[in-house]
Design a protein around this ligand. Structure first.
Ligand SMILES: [Zn+2]
Length: 532
């Protein structure tokens, strides 16, 4: 079974440059994502009408789309109102979820015959830069971060909030890349769940379904981003995943940046393109060193800044060489981090509801966005609707977000001109955000603690399997899978009670390990090794 090889893939023994991971390509029908490239792209796997009927109508989705209501600080009753009306109602939706496993597949298959023909703008190029776990306040605090400031000066920036939603990476990026909040999609920890994106198609799926000729690319250094890009009915055309290089997140981020520059340079004029570049270095440095207040975190952020500078130079050069085709660049993070992790445990740098964790940012720079403006109504779940809209693809009615362009009525400018005034105005905006109401705070804290337990088990057994001789790997993973499921089933039940409507309780995912699709470039030989 292909899944067996997945554990090896999650800690790959890289043998050659740009080695294609066979397991991802050879994945059987159980994984529609991998099978899809050879199939003409059709509409998203699940018609929104079906989806809408199966999820609890009272998910806390629209909540953070209205950040102004939280400006008072502590009192955010609207969030509590967004939580499920009653556990009983959720169990009903849970029962329906079981039916979903089969019915929507059939519905999706039935709907798949006529390929959706959408008139896509052939001159559209969108670059989405994801910087994991990055505080806007940390960007603003360091004058070194000029590449970020340049984007703010030539685009529109949001000090946004995700208060009321889980501040963990997979939930965060799932929201960014599907247009629905993690509660709706059912993602509450960092265990990748491929079935999620069969129900809630990614931006890659949606673009490929609208027009397979759009060149879609994902370049990053966290497995889950590559897995999300490879999931669903029609995955990204090009997926590049960099495992950690020389035990250095900064070097790994540099590899991502360099590969992204190359991808920008190789973008073909007249062929629409969507590229996502993802940097994990800032977030992981915060985890390794104790939060967003450490000098190492600031250093990792400077390093991303330098990579963004290189990428923007490549975009500028490309635009000069190809007049009439302009790029739109969107920069986003999935959550923030606390400056000082509780108990000195880097693990606790985020996942909860404090303002540093829930305050995020979105920067949009392109022909549709005002220079140097601020718009705090932007939300992470607007990213997918925005990208689709830029290509001329109609956003799905079930989206929690809207195209950022539709929020332009809320654009405003700092009272004074200049970069300093823009930074001050953004700092003022950050200061507006507080905690959710106490019930939401407690509920989401419990969700994170509970949901982290199966992730912990998953991590222990994947790490263990990577450290033992090959013949022991499968038995260890099998034991891990059993323990994982014994824990995960009741955990998902509890997670459902905290307001996550889209998670799967039964049937269990007996084999939680999944391969990483795409290519995994070989790590460069360390300089020290060459010297010897
Ligand atoms: Zn993250």
């Amino acid at each position: 079974m292909s899944q067996r090889s997945s554990a090896a893939v999650s800690a790959p023994a890289v043998e050659g440059a740009d080695r294609v991971v066979d397991s991802a390509v050879a994945e059987p029908a159980a994984r529609p994502a991998a099978a899809a490239p050879t199939v003409p792209a059709g509409p998203p796997a699940l018609p929104p009408t079906v989806t809408a009927a199966l999820v609890s109508p009272a998910t806390p989705i629209a909540a953070a789309a209205l950040p102004a209501q939280s400006l008072g600080g502590v009192s955010t009753d609207w969030l509590a109102g967004g939580l499920p009306a009653s556990p009983a109602a959720d169990f009903v939706s849970g029962a329906l979820l079981l039916a979903r496993r089969t019915a929507p597949r059939a519905a999706g298959a039935a709907a798949a015959q006529p390929a959706a023909v959408t008139l896509v703008d052939p001159n559209q190029h969108v670059l989405l830069i994801g910087v994991d776990g990055t505080n806007l306040s940390a960007i603003l605090a360091d004058p070194y971060n000029q590449a970020f400031f340049d984007l703010m000066n030539s685009g529109t920036t949001a000090a946004a909030t995700m208060v009321g939603h889980t501040t963990i990476s997979d939930p965060g990026w799932t929201g960014i890349l599907t247009g629905v909040w993690s509660e709706t999609a059912g993602v509450s920890n960092n265990v990748f769940t491929p079935w999620t994106y069969d129900t809630w198609p990614t931006v890659f799926n949606q673009l490929e379904a609208a027009d397979p000729d759009i060149a879609t690319t994902s370049i990053g250094n966290w497995e889950v981003i590559a897995q999300i890009a490879g999931a669903g009915s029609a995955p990204a055309d090009t997926i590049v995943f960099y495992p950690k290089i020389n035990d250095s997140w900064l070097e790994t981020d540099d590899a991502v940046g360099a590969r992204s520059v190359e991808a920008i340079q190789n973008t073909v004029a007249g062929v629409p393109s969507f590229q996502m570049t993802y940097f994990v270095g800032v977030d992981d440095t915060g985890h390794d060193t104790g939060g967003s207040g450490t000098p190492e975190y600031a250093e990792a952020l400077r390093n991303v800044n330098d990579n963004i500078a290189d990428m923007m130079s490549a975009v500028d050069a490309w635009e000069t060489a190809n007049p009439g085709e302009e790029w739109t660049v969107i920069v986003v993070t999935d959550h923030g981090q606390v400056p000082e992790a509780p108990l000195g445990l880097g693990l606790l740098a985020h996942g909860f509801q404090s303002p540093p964790e829930t305050t995020v940012f979105v920067i949009a720079d392109g022909p549709d966005f005002l220079d140097g403006a601020i718009n705090n109504t932007y939300s992470q779940v607007d990213v997918t609707p925005t990208v689709l809209s830029l290509f001329g693809v109609a956003p799905e009615p079930y989206f929690a977000g809207v195209p950022l362009m539709d929020r332009s009525d809320s654009d405003y400018f700092p009272a004074l001109p200049g970069q300093g005034a823009l930074q001050n105005a953004l700092s003022d905006a950050i200061d507006m955000y507080g905690y959710p109401d106490i019930l939401t705070d407690i509920t989401l804290t419990l969700r994170t603690i509970v949901a982290t337990v199966p992730y912990f088990i998953y991590t222990v057994f994947t790490d263990l399997s990577a450290a033992v001789p090959e013949f022991l790997q499968l038995p260890i993973l099998a034991i891990g899978a059993v323990i994982y499921n014994l824990v995960n089933i009741p955990v998902q039940l509890l997670v459902r009670l905290t307001g996550v409507s889209g998670n799967e309780i039964l049937p269990p995912q007996w084999w939680p390990y999944n391969p990483v699709p795409g290519t995994q470039p070989v790590a460069p030989v360390p300089a020290a090794a060459i010297a010897v």
